[in-house]
Design a protein around this ligand. Structure first.
Ligand code: GRF
Length: 203
């Protein structure tokens, strides 16, 4: 399966996918990496891996709809089977979802539907939960609302701050994302309403 990965930051989830894709048995390969900003480590990782990159910045467009359509065009140029939002910090809009809805997955550092949005780790700490985690889900028009594919719990420790908790979540998140993307790439999936079933027999 051909993957286009979208990033906005450090790109450690991207790196985990690149390492998994090095094994032909994984069944997927990253064909391009896109971003909404320049000069981020995620793009550097992609270039070091020899991959084409593209940047589609909101301030370069008259409005959000024009940006969304341009992002969809940039992604479409690489003919992906699956799009992976891996720390991409922008909401994908109607034009994008018209083309890639149902085959775009996102990773989120909380157990959705708890703590959606850009500050999930901070919000979970502020609420005082003892367990949080990460979620891989299909992207729909809402903010972190699409059908859940997989989740894993992470314990909140007494002395955690946002950075220490996020780092432990990200360790789990990378493994979960690699696992889900590989299974989707190899086996495909079905959706019934909000329920997502992978087509492989073991999940
Ligand atoms: C991840 O925790 C992702 O869920 C969140 O931002 C982080 C991105 O990490 N939205 P990286 O850029 O993949 O290292």
């Amino acid at each position: 399966a051909r993957l286009v990965v979208l990033v906005s930051g450090a790109g450690t989830n991207l790196q985990a996918l690149l390492e998994a894709c090095a094994d032909p048995a994984y069944g997927a390969s990253v064909v391009a990496v896109g971003a909404d900003r320049d000069a981020i480590a995620g793009l550097t990782r992609a270039r070091e891996a020899g991959l084409p990159t593209f940047t589609v910045r909101i301030p370069d467009f008259p409005d959000r709809a024009a940006w969304d359509a341009a992002l969809a065009d940039a992604v479409a140029a690489h003919e992906p089977d699956l799009v992976v939002s891996a720390g991409f910090m922008k909401i994908l809009g109607p034009a994008f979802l018209a083309r890639f809805g149902g085959r775009t997955v996102n990773t989120h550092p909380a157990l959705l539907p708890a703590f959606p949005g850009a500050h999930a780790v901070r919000d979970a700490l502020a609420y005082g939960v003892r367990v949080t985690g990460c979620t891989v889900h299909f992207v729909d028009e809402g903010v972190d609302t699409g059908p859940v594919i997989a989740q894993e719990a992470v314990q909140v420790l007494r002395h955690d701050d946002e950075d220490s908790l996020h780092e432990r979540i990200k360790q789990v998140e990378r493994r979960l994302l690699v696992d889900v993307v590989g299974r989707l790439a190899r086996d495909g999936w079905t959706t019934e309403g909000r329920r997502v079933a992978m087509k492989c027999g073991t999940c």
